[in-house]
Design a binder for this molecule. Sequence first.
Ligand code: ADP
Ligand code: MG
Ligand code: MG
Length: 835
Amino acid sequence: MRYVFDFDEPTDGGRELLGGKGVGLAEMTRMGVPVPAGFTITTDACRAFLASRDLPDGLEAEVDEHIRRLEERTGKRFGSPDDPLLVSVRSGAAVSMPGMMDTILNVGLNDEAVQGLARKTGDESFANDCYRRLIQMYGETVDGVPHDRFSADDDVERARAAYTAATGDEFPQDVRDQLRRAILAVFESWSSPRAQVYRRAHEIPDDLGTAVNVVQMVFGNKGDRSGTGVAFTRDPSTGEQGLYGEFLANAQGEDVVAGIRTPQPLRVMRESLPNAFDQLVETMRRLEEHYRDVQDIEFTVDDEQLYLLQTRSAKRTAAAALKAAASMADEGLITREEAVARIDPAQLDQLLHPMIDPAAELEVAAKGLNASPGAASGGIVFDADTAVERAKAGPVVLVRYETTPDDIHGMIAAQGVLTVHGGMTSHAAVVARGMGKPCVAGCEELALEGTTARLGGHELHEGDVITIDGGTGRVFVGEVPLVPPQINEDFETILAWADDIRRLKVRANADNPADARRAREFGAQGIGLCRTEHMFFGDERLPVMQEMILADGERGRRAALDRLLPFQQSDFEGIFEAMAGLPVTIRLLDPPLHEFLPAEGEVTDARLRKRIRALHEANPMLGTRGCRLGLQFPEIYEMQIRAIARAALAVQERTGDAPCVEVMHPLVGFREELARLRDLTESVWAEEAPDLEHLVGTMIEVPRAALRADEIAEVADFFSFGTNDLTQTTLAFSRDDAEGKFLTHYLSHGVIERNPFETLDIDGVGDLMRIAVERGRATKPDLKLGICGEHGGDAQSIAFCDELGLDYVSCSPFRVPLARLASAQAALRETAVPA
Ligand code: ADP
Ligand code: MG
Ligand code: MG
């Protein structure tokens, strides 16, 4: 097996084999973009190393051979005392993990070679600067010398002394040995704790491994006509067009992110290095056009000569992703379908969370950079370990001078991140954007001393609450009022395009007029699940409900129900009006009755206690609930149906439009259950609103219903998959007992890959759904089909529903935009598959 490929060699290996960085370098080389020469060692080699803890056979010989080619090409020799070839040894996995793994620069210097480099360049201090950097990076990365043993102010002698003091060895003079150990260290960094934490947070498999790129060094640290920088082809925070980046003169790559010196905005390069700047602008334009996506690049200017060292699709905020996609489609760079396909539905979540009320008059304690949008409140913590600890008790905001890859677990635990130092491309900013977490960076007005923070005249200690607004860079002391999010223009544009593409309809789960209105604003095309249980709560209603439950016979129950009816009717009227013209599926009472009663221990009245005890069930989830309740106490459902019919009639009389009502019976397993409840529904309806159309249907949420769907369809106008219960009943998982207990174990030990309550268990629960669809439609081809479990708002589950041919998905109002997008993407994927 071959393990090594030059950047300019044709290969059929993609990013799985060569890593994202390697693929990017090879592609740029092919495009004729200026990239230093080099080669990539494949992830196959890394996986072999991870399995055996040793370099695979033949790898070293291959590396030697490629170094030889590099020597030929550059006219320099590796380890030469006259004109040494220096290389960087860089990690680069298939999936971008910014800063999580290691890279070593200037490999190939030793005591003799450094003199050769000095002579060759006529710049001794530059040569020494390179050697000092190598000793430090190599020491930290290969030998694990703690970062604080070195300083950027060290000279070669001091760096060497610190290296020897920490390792007990002289700095290695054999350059091949340097290279070999650097490669091993980069492979090893795949398994570092921080890389593992990052992979877990981003659901990246542990067994991919990293590639290694060996790249001829180019030097940004040769004086004022050199430098290094990072840039985005569009603003990664807002998506606005135009170059966006930072530049440091006379520096090597690491300095920009390390925050030792504050980088300058890219435009300063226009004055100091006009030619390199123009070339950079042109190259970035070409890269964006080639990749047809926003690029995030690294570059170095070596004595006015520009080199590109990395390009990748930029991690960006949801807002930026939307703006970039919408404008790229308008510019004709990509099609509307591509624009829609490109937005990650999960990322939209960022925009659909509450934000700081723009109208509120607030005292701003300090301002920093708006590095990653969204609002976050929480107690402040000053280090990552404390963040993890304290986050168990409540939300925290991680406050650091700056973050490093070692803070990753704290960033995951925190609601948001605030840093004193660093720009829009700092570690904190990049990682927060990738995680969709609010971040305010470079807040220079914040002063940190141990576990005290000084912020605009306030002295704060660990646990004190602050709020950050990553969209504006503002920082507040205490909590701040939040408002629901709004959908901006770019979002509207993309969603409108998505609406043109999708086949599935999207409804919302809502059980009050306010939610119904919000759902409509977000584009819901009806209500897929209106739960009625909350209509029995509230100060005026609950006592009546309890009276009903406690009544000795039907007479007593009916008397109480008569008093509940007007409440329900007015609730339904509000919902019908909010959803005028769109279907509303109302589910009749579902939970067991004891949920409406106080706990036995809280009650003194003997009769009440007795009744509560009588209603006690060992397993209420499998007990007297849903249609079982409706069949045992028909007067309850009768009242609800009456309230629905009267509300529909009243709204029709008031507005002239008849609501599209769908009455849904929960927990049906037998045809006979639904047949009887259908009769009940029809007879009440005939009494109340004989001229109004309506549908009667059922949830499919127990396996028997799915299996006997052919019979059940005989008496149903529609099915709605209640996949929360269907998952519980199919897997025999009680959700409350599963999540946080054995399910966590299953997930962390890889017994199953995903939480089936979040993403549909397609193989199991999904198969039952498929059976139900086939059998139901065999009986009734126009049977209306939908899903109303939480999976209706999960992108992957939505794709499955599209494939099944459901008519609609229904999800919480805030997820409606996501579902619109995910439905469109599902439709696009289906048309993309060759017939
Ligand atoms: P990371 O994945 O942490 O960004 P990289 O491998 O990209 O690590 O390298 C770290 C820094 O060193 C980057 O700024 C990069 O541009 C710079 N760098 C890497 N290789 C070279 C090289 N051959 N010449 C000059 N700079 C380099
Ligand atoms: Mg990089
Ligand atoms: Mg249910």
